[in-house]
Write a new protein. Structure first.
Length: 292
């Protein structure tokens, strides 16, 4: 008999997610591959709603066979979907039971649910389509290791950490380049600290581009979230210089040996720049948007 409920054994839940997410056919882009990192996220950074309202687990004869979670932003009422992760022959049945159970237990109705799945994850892709989700585009997950970094010798502008005097120019460029994205310019500015940096390229006092990167040495990870160059400053190697600056910062943490970024597959120019400095594609994912 299959039972869907909340489980307080988050270590077992984290291990289940990590093991499933390492398999291409089950990969979900929102979730990590490291069991300890997943546990830390569940305990500290997962959902603005209580965890017992945002996560369900499926059991068969006391054996864990599935996990589904909603990482919910209370302000927007949007949720990033963790799963469904299912290790059972009746994938559709287990996923539907978890989905209906999770929707039923939510304390508030949601606006949208967002899915992010490896193209080879046929079960989740089909599940999203059956629910009526809209395909919002494809993305590539690119990674680079310290040994694969290709440095550029071009230096035709100043690259430095962003100062308060550059906030307004940064906001304008970020909002123009990334409309309706997951971090606003204000949120990025609030995040700046020893591990979250915004580097800007400038010439004669004018901002030409920026990159926002995040080091997470506790989990040996580094991420490049956003990079943009003003239209009149493109094709001058500025993007490569910004990338190299951010990579130098991230690799300054000896714990970090691999850095990840996500880019739309339609952005061929950006992908070309990333590959020039040594990035390689690891995952090809599809984004879905579902109105609840």
């Amino acid at each position: 008999m299959i039972e869907v409920k909340y489980s307080q054994d988050l270590e077992a839940v984290s291990k289940f997610i990590a093991n499933m997410n390492k398999i291409t056919q089950h990969h979900v882009g929102y979730c990590g591959l490291n069991e300890e990192e997943i546990l830390h996220t569940l305990l500290n950074d997962f959902s603005d709603f209580p965890l017992e309202d945002s996560l369900v687990v499926a059991f068969e004869n006391d054996k864990m066979i599935g996990v589904l979670g909603f990482d919910i932003d209370e302000h927007t009422r949007n949720a990033e979907i963790w799963g469904p992760f299912v290790n059972h022959d009746e994938w559709q049945q287990v996923s539907t039971m978890m989905w209906n159970g999770l929707i039923k237990q939510l304390p508030y109705s949601l606006n949208k649910a967002l899915g992010f799945y490896q193209t080879h994850n046929s079960n989740c892709n089909s599940f999203m389509k059956r629910l009526g989700a809209i395909n919002k585009g494809e993305h590539s997950i690119l990674t680079i290791t310290r040994s694969h970094l290709q440095r550029s010798n071009e230096e035709n502008c100043d690259i430095a950490e962003m100062t308060p005097n550059e906030y307004n120019s940064f906001k304008l460029l970020h909002e123009e380049a990334f409309k309706h994205t997951y971090f606003t310019a204000e949120e990025i500015i609030e995040k700046i600290n020893n591990e979250h940096k915004v580097f800007v390229a400038s010439s004669e006092g004018k901002l030409l581009g920026y990159v926002f990167c995040e080091a997470n040495p506790n989990f040996a990870e580094g991420d490049i979230h956003f990079i943009a160059v003003t239209p009149h400053a493109r094709n001058r190697g500025i993007g490569i210089q910004l990338l190299n600056k951010s990579l130098k910062f991230l690799f300054s943490f000896h714990e970090i040996n691999e850095i990840t970024l996500c880019v739309k597959r339609s952005n061929e120019a950006a992908i070309s720049i990333y590959k020039k400095v040594g990035f390689e594609e690891q995952h090809h994912l599809v984004t879905y948007e579902l109105t609840i």
